[in-house]
Design a protein around this ligand. Structure first.
Ligand code: PEP
Length: 251
């Protein structure tokens, strides 16, 4: 993390929550959020976005996915404009659970990032390798290909209006985080890939780490020069743990 980029910490609640538990979370978060030194995004399940609205302020609201299409006969899909309409400013695209469980290809992820921007949303674009890919020494190649697809679709300046998240698949929800050194190595390579296109966009781009971030490991991860915050899954379900992670920024 450098002074040049304001840190960003995003909660990914995944398919969790209820009206009652969301209200409890929001009350606990808002009570202590004024003292945070980072930008915060809360990515909630679709049905709760409208109710959450501005209640998570100073955090901004985000969704976890959007359709690559505009309005029309696409049963079950949600358009970016609908997300913007109910107060979202951000949307996650290309999460590994979408790639793996819903067959989202690099081309689909790139199209979703482009749609997000057209709808006025800032995309949080996720990239990351599987355990098999890491063990085969293919980490850099895999994330480079994933990032190249998005850069080709939206360009580096537009990506810098959103954020990039490096999320090694083997670290998501497993309790096994990448070491700060492993994560920094990939973050540096991703930033170097953007430098090849434009140095200013690369310097502005926030690259988040995601994968079993907890209050106990957040500060060390966030202290790395190219780690500009985190995308937090399991630990974001507890407002206290999420706040502790946000407070680890800049420590
Ligand atoms: C995620 O789903 O984006 C994530 C990083 O999950 P967890 O923090 O639970 O590993």
């Amino acid at each position: 993390m450098t002074a040049q980029r304001r840190p960003l910490v995003a909660a990914n609640w995944k398919m969790n929550g209820s009206l009652a538990s969301n209200a409890d979370w929001t009350a606990a978060f808002v009570a202590r959020a004024a003292s945070l030194h980072c930008d915060v995004v809360v990515c909630a399940p679709f049905p709760y976005l409208c109710t959450l609205g501005r209640s998570v302020a100073p955090a901004e609201l985000g969704a976890q996915d959007l359709s690559e299409r505009t309005a029309g006969a696409f049963t079950g899909d949600v358009a970016g404009e609908m997300l913007a309409d109910v107060g979202c400013r951000w949307v996650i695209v290309g999460h590994s659970e979408r790639r793996q469980l819903h067959g989202e290809t690099d081309a689909v992820v790139a199209a979703k990032a482009a749609r997000a921007l057209q709808a006025g949303l800032r995309p949080i674009v996720c990239v990351g390798e599987t355990l098999a890919e890491r063990e085969a020494g293919r980490t850099q190649e895999v994330v480079r290909t994933q990032l190249a697809a998005v850069l080709g679709a939206i360009g580096e300046a537009a990506l810098a209006r959103g954020a990039l998240a490096y999320e090694p698949v083997w670290a998501i929800g497993t309790g096994r985080n990448a070491t700060p050194r492993q994560a920094q190595e990939v973050h540096a390579a991703l930033r170097a890939q953007v430098v090849e296109r434009d140095r200013a966009s690369a310097a502005a781009l926030r690259i988040l780490y995601g994968g079993s971030v907890k209050p106990a490991n957040a500060a060390e991860l966030f202290s790395q020069p190219d780690i500009d915050g985190g995308l937090i899954g399991g630990a974001s379900l507890s407002a206290a743990d999420f706040l502790a992670i946000c407070m680890a920024v800049g420590t």
